[in-house]
Design a protein around this ligand. Sequence first.
Ligand SMILES: [Zn+2]
Length: 242
Amino acid sequence: MSLIVVLPPLFKAFMLKKTEFAKEIQGAHREQCYACRRAKKNCLCGSIKPFVTKMRFVILMHAKEAREQKTGTARLAKLCLTNAELLIGTDFTCNERVNALLRDPAYAPFVLYPGPEAVNFKTLRRALPAEDKILLIFVIDGTWRLARQLLNNSQNIRALPRLSFSGSYVSQFIIKRQPLRHCVSTIEAIYYLCKEAEVAGYENLNGQNEALMALLKKLVDNQLPYRNGGGRKREDNKRRSA
Ligand SMILES: [Zn+2]
């Protein structure tokens, strides 16, 4: 015996309405803020306090990171810095914008990347061609593997002198596991760079860069509930072992 259920037309209409309604709700939840790229209910734009730096930042975002990354911090960093731009690609060797900046005699370009030859703000003076040049800092955004790939591909960026930190820092971006203890997210890298530049007398920010860390904390707080406490547990373990 087969069981055939014939739904009354009114019930069918109700079912249809219900699924459409559910879709609408889902859509509203997925709706994205075009500035910070967060779901509208988690939009962080209200917490962004842009500030001016003397240094110019160029964030080079790996195209794969741009496609896949939902919680990356590069776009947030860019929104906080009035003197910054964000470019997306995998190889910047022939990128017109990058090459125009590199040709501009007003700038002294560096790539923020560790290495034995890297200078930091304590040792920068010996690497500066002239005191009056504006520091142009290329920051590579992506996982460490993608960042290395981007640097290897981009001959113009690879040829630049490297800038690194004089201090060592532990990432507060606890929703994402950093592969190595000293790896920090892009927004933290810019924050610490601003801090070290200030100490060395290259910037006069009066703590405005704290807005970067405040924003990161807000991002972490927003994301933690979705991680079922996993992130917090990891951080607790890290503190215990530290
Ligand atoms: Zn937003």
